[in-house]
Design a protein around this ligand. Structure first.
Ligand code: SAM
Ligand code: DTB
Ligand code: SF4
Length: 335
């Protein structure tokens, strides 16, 4: 099976076959990285990385059963259920994130789906974040089309909702909502004109073919997500997924590279899991086309690298923050 070269065409393809994606995963590593890096440079400056900071605005007590998640009420993980944070407290965190160098502020809530009253509060948070000059992103669970439109009216830039894994493996990971539920929420977000942030997790005991299926599902959505977070499982004791065999870092880098090649204009985020990665693995992820990270010492409930360590890594690799104007998928001028 020959790996396709059609990824060099200028219109992003949404008709990838699973065989084509499997062939990309199977390329010799140097060829895979070369292709990913070549495509990356057509659309982005290779030294620019989009910087987002995360905040859990409503922590724990979630009724869903996602096997990886420390916030699911049914797993004993030590995460306490809290109420939705107050607006002022959220905006204080957003201001601190901006002052530390973030350009996007992402707010996560451990809900199956938001209640309309809570959505009003979240919309006020989005307005406040925008007023600080930051891009806004929220992840609140399933949305109806009117809820997506309400968020759009508040000025929301991105909605994060992950497919998490392949359609085939999904049933092993979540039973309380279906793959189709996820696709319906993504359609509501897209139709409302909000940028889609959608990716998944690797390291949950999935097979190599499941990683092919996950990237295939993302790259064949009606439009590619504008942002694609690739998470390495953060193994939290008490969650079923924490029992999975640890992920091989090279398999993780390959997943980033295939995401970059198949979704050339998407900003691909080296998302959760950096705390357990060495600098060399992270550098390979950037070479493979990752151009976004979460910055700040906490993800939602688990640790992220210290900010001074990230600043040192960026200095060592010669990386800098991506200006907001470059994030909107503008073609990066070629020399
Ligand atoms: N409750 C909402 C939902 O599930 O859509 C929003 C918050 S949820 C925590 C957002 C995403 O975080 C999940 O879809 C999953 O991809 C990621 N995530 C959660 N726990 C994780 C873990 N332990 N390791 C890696 N990624 C994780
Ligand atoms: C995403 O894909 N990863 C982020 C964000 N979107 C919301 C969340 C990672 C959570 C890691 C586990 C935790 O800190 O609770
Ligand atoms: Fe709840 Fe989201 Fe965690 Fe699933 S991933 S248990 S929906 S907070």
């Amino acid at each position: 099976m020959n790996a396709p070269t059609a990824e060099f065409s200028s219109t992003p393809r949404t008709d990838w076959t699973r065989d084509e994606i499997a062939a990309l995963f199977a390329l010799p590593f140097p060829e895979l990285i070369f292709r990913a890096q070549s495509i990356h440079r057509r659309h982005f400056a290779p030294d620019e990385v989009q910087i987002s900071t995360l905040l859990s605005i409503k922590t724990g007590g979630c009724p869903e059963d996602c096997a990886y998640c420390p916030q699911a009420a049914q797993y004993d993980t030590g995460v306490k259920a809290e109420k939705l944070m107050a607006l002022d407290a959220v905006l204080a965190e957003a201001r601190a994130a901006r002052d530390a160098g973030a350009t996007r502020f992402c707010m996560g809530a451990a809900w199956r789906s938001p209640k309309d009253k809570d959505l009003d509060t979240v919309c006020a948070m989005v307005e406040g974040v925008k007023a600080l000059g930051l891009e806004s992103c929220v992840t609140l669970g399933m949305l109806s089309p009117p809820q997506a439109q309400r968020l759009k009216q508040s000025g929301l830039d991105y909605y994060n909702h992950n497919i998490d894994t392949s359609p085939e493996y999904y049933g092993q990971i979540i039973s309380t909502r279906t793959y189709q539920d996820r696709l319906d929420t993504l359609a509501a977000v897209r139709d409302a004109g909000v940028n889609v942030c959608c990716g998944g997790i690797v390291g949950m005991g999935e097979s190599a073919d499941d990683r092919v299926g996950m990237i295939h599902a993302l790259a064949t959505l009606p439009d590619h997500p504008q942002s694609v977070p690739i998470n390495a499982l953060v193994a939290v004791a008490g969650t079923p997924a924490a029992l999975a065999k640890p992920l091989d870092p090279i398999d993780f880098v390959r997943t980033i590279a295939v995401a970059r090649i198949t979704m050339p204009r998407a900003v691909v985020r080296l998302s959760a899991g950096r705390e357990a990665m060495n600098q060399e693995t992270q550098a390979l992820c950037f070479l493979a086309g990752a151009n976004s990270i979460f910055y700040g010492e906490k993800l939602l409930t688990t640790p992220n690298p210290q900010t001074h360590a990230d600043a040192a890594l960026f200095a060592k690799l010669g990386l800098k923050s991506m200006p907001v104007s470059h994030v909107e998928n503008d073609e990066f001028p070629q020399n």
